[in-house]
Design a protein around this ligand. Structure first.
Ligand code: URA
Length: 210
């Protein structure tokens, strides 16, 4: 079982994350690092996927080989920054079903506003991995998980690159059944809702916007 918060402290993850935090790191490199980290985080978040066996023929003999069991998992990207995590994970789990939740953060109230929602069918039978690089106030993450539960999801994990203590607490209060897997628990949020020390606006850094 997962604790409510799992920090993946693997040296490769931590090294790549430090490169991403550096303000001089260019968008193309930032995206590549995020893709690489997403795969290392996906390795952790899928550690307990159910398995079964299937009879196969190796060149030498038959064997009951371990394979993934159950319905294909669903990856749900919380737009737009979630897509930076999604791409790498899809490379690793190409048969996953994919959904999108469009939420933007009102810069004044910091409250999430929904503009898009499209998810795979039969969410109730799938492991659902919601991805968003930054768990900051937790407002949009909580709102996204609310929507996924309304759509039937019962087994959800939340994968992010950085988390602030405020966001972790908010998620724990609203969705104690949803484990969070992250590369770092940073110090705090600043007065603008940014994670400190953080890496700035993940979407802007990924796509070169400002
Ligand atoms: N979203 C971001 O992209 N960065 C933060 O620091 C907080 C929320």
């Amino acid at each position: 079982m997962y604790d409510h918060l799992t920090i993946v402290d693997h040296p490769l993850v931590q090294h790549k994350l430090s490169l991403m935090r550096e303000k001089e790191t260019q968008s193309a490199v930032f995206r590549q690092l995020l893709r690489e980290i997403s795969q290392l985080l996906a390795y952790e978040v899928t550690r307990e996927l159910p398995m079964t066996t299937q009879e196969i023929d190796t060149p030498l003999q038959k064997m009951d080989a371990p394979v993934l069991a159950g319905k294909k998992l669903a990856l749900v990207s919380i737009l737009r920054a979630g897509n930076g995590l999604l791409d790498g994970i899809l490379e690793l789990i190409p048969l996953a079903r994919v959904g999108f939740v469009g939420l933007y953060r009102d810069e004044e109230t910091l409250e999430p506003v929904q503009y898009y929602f499209k998810v795979p069918e039969a969410l109730e039978d799938r492991l659902v991995i919601a991805v968003d690089p930054m768990l900051a106030t937790g407002n949009s993450s909580v709102a996204a998980i609310d929507l996924l539960k309304k759509a039937g999801a019962r087994n959800i994990r939340f994968l992010c690159l950085l988390a602030a203590p405020e966001g972790v607490a908010r998620m724990k209060e609203a969705h104690p059944d949803v484990p969070i897997i992250t590369a770092s628990l940073d110090e705090r949020l600043n007065e603008n809702g940014y994670i400190v020390p953080g890496l700035g606006d993940a979407g802007d850094r990924m796509f070169g916007t400002k």
